[in-house]
Design a protein around this ligand. Structure first.
Ligand code: ATP
Ligand code: MG
Length: 586
């Protein structure tokens, strides 16, 4: 079947809507209040609180399209199936249907709606181990639907198990669905876990049926959830029998443009096309960031700089990257209007970053050739790699790639040591968090999140200003950070009074209640919060009686007495008219 990306998005949402799912908007690429991960990596990521048991305002059956970034896949980019940015189609059951319906829905969608021959599908299921039994249920359901037993593969935990996100929490077996491209098997043991390219994983259905306890045991969960994720690019590519995810409609104009510039260089072109697409989405997000040396900004910088370097491989001007960005903005104009809305910012920041790197790139390359020439025992020292980063702006993977071309390696541990030594005084974090992971629903984050509500209420009360609004929030396991509008620094007395106000609310031991209502009702009750645009009509409102009422996605402690003692550790300017407070709980 030939199908466009937009047709697949529509067919998917329509199908699950007909099966009783509420269609919810996708979240920002940049997670709010989650210190453990830089980007949204899967559709389930913004839904973690609901998978943990909090009721979702839209009910128990949900579906959406979610923008995802996986920086951990950067080395795979250039192959037939991986991108650093991709769209995930997801459907969820929050304690509603389970394995039988989930597998049946997937089967019906793939074979009836998309018309895939069932004999071109292959599936994997969990083989079982000491912690949890073999998932014969899923296997049986597939079999009953008509998948022949030789296309059902049992795999170990490393392949067919998800979670928990942290040390403890919901987790369970999954069943993964693969498309058989029809290439010959690479060996008699060839199976969907194989990287030879015969099988392409398109969809993963996760069955969250256990809770991992602190003592390491797995106990059955009362609320059993289903979380599924289907890759848009991969599914479109297999349906069109395309060579790779880069050979689908979304990329057509970009590759036509690149092919005019140079012939060949498939891998290099894919890397450029991928990295610029991801950069466009990070810059153009509603919570978009700009290139910097920390966190998301640094990932963005690395992607842009790596694309610049691959332009050199094509022997072409860096300006082509701006052109490519413009192509993406127009390709996605109907689906992701935020790109067009932020188009000036995207093109400006992209050009700016390219220019910045361009200034040091030639010098850095010269320097690299020099140091590489003097390398002893085939290894470039970590200190030198750090100098290339610090002085010439070479992200480590660029140095690694250059080294590889010369047949030498880089002392990565040495580079990390030099990096950490340098960053120790500042906030660090970027390298550490680069890999990503899932939300750490740790108690500390939850406490700090709840304290942020009290802090906002305290600021309004103490400063006597009801126009104060939250302009931004960021929580790590150590501290909270709240940005709010206010025209001047706070006095010592005001800071003390704010702390006192928060600590009073804590001392009173107030229960925190959560109610669901329409945005209008919430506003009428005076609830504050900027989540209104996320869940179109019904929202969660958290009340700390007498202190605060906010529209929020959580998570929250049950009673303020769980917070301990609050203290402000810093108050400073964030930007014009915006102050920033860092606070801790002891
Ligand atoms: P793989 O092992 O092939 O990298 P995965 O196990 O990481 O895939 P999941 O985490 O199960 O994939 O994600 C769900 C779906 O998202 C996958 O079935 C696939 O269709 C899609 N997907 C995952 N990673 C990527 C990627 N880097 N680029 C494009 N699509 C992806
Ligand atoms: Mg992967």
């Amino acid at each position: 079947m030939s199908i466009t990306s937009q047709e697949l998005r529509e067919k998917y949402l329509q199908f699950f809507e007909k099966k009783g799912h509420a269609i919810i908007p996708g979240a920002s690429l940049i997670p709010e209040n989650d210190p453990t991960v830089l980007f949204t990596t899967a559709g389930m990521h913004p839904l973690v609180p609901y998978l943990m048991g909090q009721p979702h305002p839209k009910g128990k059956r949900l579906a959406n399209v979610q923008k995802c970034v996986r920086t951990g896949d950067i080395e795979e980019v250039g192959d037939a199936t991986h991108c650093t940015f991709f769209e995930m189609l997801g459907n969820w059951s929050l304690g509603d249907y389970f394995k039988k319906d989930s597998v049946a829905y997937s089967f019906e969608f793939l074979t009836k709606v998309l018309g895939i021959d069932k004999d071109l599908l292959a599936v994997t299921v969990f083989a079982g181990d000491a912690d949890a039994p073999r998932d014969t249920q899923s296997a049986k359901i597939w079999q009953e639907l008509g998948i022949s037993t030789d296309r059902i593969f049992y795999m170990p935990k490393s392949d067919n198990w998800w979670g928990p996100a942290g040390v403890t929490g919901p987790c369970g077996p999954d069943t993964e669905i693969f498309y058989d491209t029809g290439s010959p098997a690479c060996s008699k043991d060839c199976n969907p876990g194989c990287k030879c390219g015969k099988y392409v994983e398109i969809w993963n259905n996760v069955f969250l049926q256990y809770e991992k306890r602190e003592d390491g045991t797995f106990v059955p969960l009362k609320q059993k959830n289903v979380d599924t994720g289907m890759g848009l690019e991969r599914t479109v590519s297999v349906l069109n029998r395309a060579k790779s995810v880069y050979d689908i409609d979304i990329f057509a104009q970009v590759f036509a443009y690149l092919d005019k510039i140079a012939s060949g260089f498939t891998r290099e072109k894919r890397i450029i096309a991928d990295h610029i697409r991801t950069a466009v989405f990070i810059l153009g997000d509603t919570r978009g960031v700009t290139p910097s040396n920390v966190d998301q900004g640094y990932v963005l910088r690395r992607l842009i700089r790596r694309a610049v370097r691959f332009c050199r491989a094509l022997n072409t001007d860096f300006n082509i990257l701006g052109e490519i960005a413009n192509i993406y903005i127009s390709v996605y104009t109907d689906v992701y209007p935020e790109l067009a809305e932020n188009s000036k910012k995207i093109t400006f920041e992209l050009a700016n970053e390219i220019e910045r790197f361009n200034k040091t790139l030639a010098l850095g390359l010269k320097e690299f050739d020099k140091v590489a020439f003097y390398v002893k025992d085939g290894t470039l020292s970590g200190k030198t790699a750090f100098r290339l980063y610090d002085t010439y702006g070479f992200p480590i993977e660029i140095t690694q790639e250059l080294a590889k071309e010369k047949g030498i390696t880089v002392d990565i541990q040495g580079y990390k040591d030099a990096f950490v030594a340098h960053q120790l005084k500042s906030q660090a974090g970027a390298e550490h968090k680069f890999k990503g992971g899932l939300q750490d629903d740790s108690i500390m984050t939850t406490r700090l999140h709840t304290a942020t509500h009290l802090l906002l209420a305290a600021l309004k009360a103490v400063l006597g200003d009801n126009n104060i609004e939250q302009k931004g929030s960021n929580i790590t396991t150590e501290r909270l950070r709240l940005d709010f509008n206010f025209p001047r620094p706070l006095t010592k007395e005001e800071i003390a009074a704010v702390e006192q106000y928060v600590n009073k609310a804590i001392a009173e031991g107030i229960e925190i209640s959560c109610e669901q209502m329409s945005v209008e009702q919430a506003n009428a009750q005076g609830a504050v919060g900027s989540f209104a645009d996320r869940y179109a009509d019904i929202v969660n409102v958290y009340t700390i009686a007498g202190f605060s009422k906010e529209i929020c996605g959580g998570p929250h402690v049950a009673n303020t007495k769980e917070l301990g003692t609050f203290a402000i550790i810093k108050e400073q300017s964030s930007s014009s008219g915006v102050r920033r407070i860092r606070g801790i709980l002891r």
